[in-house]
Unconditional design. Structure first.
Length: 444
């Protein structure tokens, strides 16, 4: 269906997206369709994690965990640079600017993936340790998966083509299942498996070229320069904070206790990725509709914010209760009790995902009111706190110390973000929101 919709030449993006939206609207409500999208995407990641954990030794599975953490940290730069702003943008502005947005995406994603691929090749030719190569290849593969998936979803959701998002997740699931079947018949090295996954996902992203929209490179570079002026410093600060509480504790753990503990820590995290992805799917819809549902006023934003926060919190609590009941059987089924010693960390990762869910509506309020600079300045405190806790606890307490650093810093980050926008979420004053063109500028 998506091939017929997207790979046929069209005279313009407006006509192409209009047909795509018409063909994919209807049926399930948008939220349910995106829940289905993320459920399928989560199943694919669940299968991928299970296959890697069972087929490869702990050191290589730990390399995948480090690579995933690094890729998500790098991807936070992409999200803050243009994915979030695209989601919060009005459809009129997004449609008019898409040729430049597409060029910007290709420059950022192509540049990031290309540079990492060259670094991986250089390390390989220099005969660096295989453990280093495994981490680089895993990071490269995860970057391809998440960079493209987030952009695809943002574009399709912006134009109401929810079934298209579902179908792309089905394609991703097919890729993972196909590679898993190949692995059962052919002995593939870890790096080879990761490279094949990356190449297949690059091919999946080719659907964008079926929209008959030529990237406007001059626009793209101009948009990128403008976004860097508005979002650059906040984006880097946010990436540093994210690295502080998701990447640094893993690195400290790897350096002080070895890859086996990293594998156990990341094995528990992988089991909670479905919750994280479900929350992100809900957030994709909520960001897209925030400006319209709020009526363009701070009072409307406040109403939507609290409704969203309470629903995300309820979902997080429900997931925590379910995992508390099924933790031991789940680990036994997925990992054959290989990482049973880390069961307690599963609930901690679930709480962490819940905190990330609360950050999503806070992030929307921060962006739509232009308070990124103020928020990210404070968010660096949480990153520093995580690094300090990790260095103080990982050597003595291992994975539990890294989890303490991550969970504590995430809670602090939520509190700091709420502090930045406290006048809106706790106040009563009604004011018009900044226009699309002002989003990203600090209006302190």
């Amino acid at each position: 269906m998506l091939g017929e919709l997207c790979l046929r030449r069209r005279p313009s993006l407006g006509h192409g997206i209009a047909r795509l939206s018409a063909a994919t609207s209807g049926g399930l409500a948008p939220r349910l369709q995106l829940l289905l999208d993320q459920a399928i995407f989560s199943i694919a990641n669940f299968v991928l994690t299970t296959v890697l954990a069972r087929h490869y030794p702990a050191a290589q599975f730990g390399a995948y965990g480090v690579g995933l953490a690094a890729a998500l940290m790098i991807q936070s730069i992409q999200r803050n640079l243009y994915i979030v702003s695209l989601s919060l943008m009005s459809e009129r502005v997004a449609l008019r600017s898409f040729a430049g947005i597409l060029a910007k995406h290709l420059v950022v994603t192509g540049g990031a993936v290309g540079l990492l691929a060259l670094a991986t090749l250089a390390f390989s030719l220099a005969h660096q340790p295989q453990a280093t190569i495994d981490v680089l290849v895993a990071t490269l593969s995860c970057m391809v998966v998440y960079f493209q998936a987030d952009f695809d979803r943002a574009v399709l959701v912006k134009h109401g083509a929810y079934r298209g998002a579902v179908l792309l997740s089905v394609v991703y699931l097919g890729i993972v299942l196909s590679l898993s079947l190949v692995l059962q018949r052919v002995e593939l090295g870890f790096s080879a498996f990761m490279v094949l996954l990356a190449l297949a996902c690059l091919c999946k992203g080719a659907w964008l070229f079926g929209l008959a929209v030529a990237p406007r490179w001059r626009w793209g570079f101009r948009f990128l320069a403008r976004d860097w002026r508005h979002y650059g410093v906040p984006t880097l600060l946010s990436a540093a904070a994210t690295a502080g509480y998701t990447y640094v504790p893993v690195m400290v753990l790897a350096a002080t206790r070895g890859p086996a503990e990293v594998a156990g820590l990341m094995a528990m995290r992988s089991l909670t990725m479905p919750l994280n992805l479900v929350l992100r799917s809900l957030d994709a819809v909520d960001k897209n509709k925030l400006r319209a549902l709020s009526g363009g006023t701070t009072t409307g934003v406040r109403r939507v914010f609290w409704r969203t926060v309470l629903s995300y919190a309820a979902l997080g609590v429900a997931a925590l209760v379910v995992l508390a009941l099924i933790a031991h059987p789940l680990i036994g089924i997925v990992y054959r009790d290989r990482y049973a010693a880390y069961t307690g960390l599963l609930l901690c990762w679930c709480a962490y995902c819940g905190l990330l869910g609360l950050m999503q509506p806070l992030q929307s309020v921060v962006f739509i009111t232009g308070r990124q600079m103020a928020a990210t300045r404070l968010s660096t405190i949480s990153g520093v706190a995580a690094a300090v806790i990790a260095f103080a606890t990982c050597r003595s307490f291992g994975a539990a110390g890294a989890m303490t650093a991550t969970l504590g810093a995430a809670a602090l980050n939520v509190a700091l973000a709420a502090y930045v926008v406290r006048s809106l979420i706790f106040g009563s004053k009604e004011q018009p929101l900044p226009s699309d063109r002002r989003m990203g500028r600090d209006v302190l």
